[in-house]
Design a binder for this molecule. Sequence first.
Ligand SMILES: NC(=O)c1ccc[n+]([C@@H]2O[C@H](COP(=O)([O-])OP(=O)(O)OC[C@H]3O[C@@H](n4cnc5c(N)ncnc54)[C@H](O)[C@@H]3O)[C@@H](O)[C@H]2O)c1
Length: 410
Amino acid sequence: MGMIFDETYRPFFETVFQRPLYDPAYGACRVPLAAVASRTGKRAEAYRQASRGRIDAFESFTEPDSMPQLLDSGVDFVCVATPDDRHFAAARAALSAGMHLLVEKPSVLSLAELDELTRLAAEKNVLAKVVYHKLLDPDHKKLRTLVADDILSHINNGYCTLLEPKAISGSQFAEWITGRNPGTYVAVHYIKLIDFTFGGKLKSVQCTGQRGLVGPADGATWDSTQLRMIYEYDDGREAAFDIHTSWVTPDNFPGYVEQEVQFRFDNGVWNGHSRKRGVECTVEGRTPIEMKNSINNHYNGSFLEPWGERSQRGYGIEVLERFAREVAEVEFGGSADDRAARLAQARTLTYNDLSADRQVVATVQAMEAILARHASGTPNCVVNVNGARGGLELYAPGSAEGEVLYEPEV
Ligand SMILES: NC(=O)c1ccc[n+]([C@@H]2O[C@H](COP(=O)([O-])OP(=O)(O)OC[C@H]3O[C@@H](n4cnc5c(N)ncnc54)[C@H](O)[C@@H]3O)[C@@H](O)[C@H]2O)c1
């Protein structure tokens, strides 16, 4: 019931309450918000009061044991939007109970956890999917289309940055930020974009970062991180990608969440910049804190539609609707005899299936391990992927012997 619930799940459930999903394959499909689980239930109660008439009545379960109660309440699928180091337990519980799963990014923090979730999804015959809404951003869809059509050919290298305001680390996430880093939280958007758009094999991961603002300068809580990934492609050529993230940018920064990418190809350059997407608006006394100067109207905008209706829509919400449609297709899109075939088909969608998240989770696991080593006194480690001794092997500077973080092939 945190920030991402309010930004995307809430408008999705409110919209689908008014207008159920429809497809010729499964007819009209209602998707009521049936129950929520959270730590204290405070925001759930506030939302219950504020949302009367806009959604169905829902149950609210709180810690301890909020998940077992939610799973007993008769839901059909479960969306996990807890802090990133609390995804795994809830996701495992949902799949073990035979529910379809949608988990926020990053799906989980280690390949062992990912293996366990994909194993459970196969055993229980349900979907296990992850939300990477940036893949549905029209700009990123265009990038991928140009790559798929070989108009932009052979990625060489690139950089991405995503800078969050101090309000995120200082207040919104204060309860769970200790020991965490902004790379796992937001670099992961670009890790997935790069992995999904350009394909290739992950070869190695490096990472460093800065401390001292969110937590002590020698502690394990990071202000900003710089990640480097090296990929290799079928022809043996390599590409390097640098991803810089922060959650200590000043709150009055006009971009609010600043996002920029540049990808260089054999025959071209792609530049994307969140603040140059088109709109800059100033309102006295409102921007840049209450309202943002540069508004991303593609992600999740509130609109007065030309036909008079109020709406909230964008790719951040569309990605949730897609998942609900995939579940509807599996459960209601034809005869029960063909369910297994429909399930198999839904699992081939590599943009969101957990089985296709391996190289992303490998990078996150490597980054977390490198930052942990850094915090305990050994900076600048590197993780090699699919070497002689294992899938993920961490090397400290000057050491010939690596530590195996994950043994099977990534
Ligand atoms: N798709 C995106 O672009 C996007 C954007 C923001 C956040 N996220 C992801 O969504 C997740 C949540 O982020 P947020 O911004 O909403 O965080 P938040 O801190 O605003 O909310 C976290 C919520 O989790 C609940 N919670 C914490 N521990 C719990 C537990 N043990 N059991 C049940 N509930 C628990 C809290 O009560 C709170 O409601 C993170 O994984 C984050 O990476 C995704």
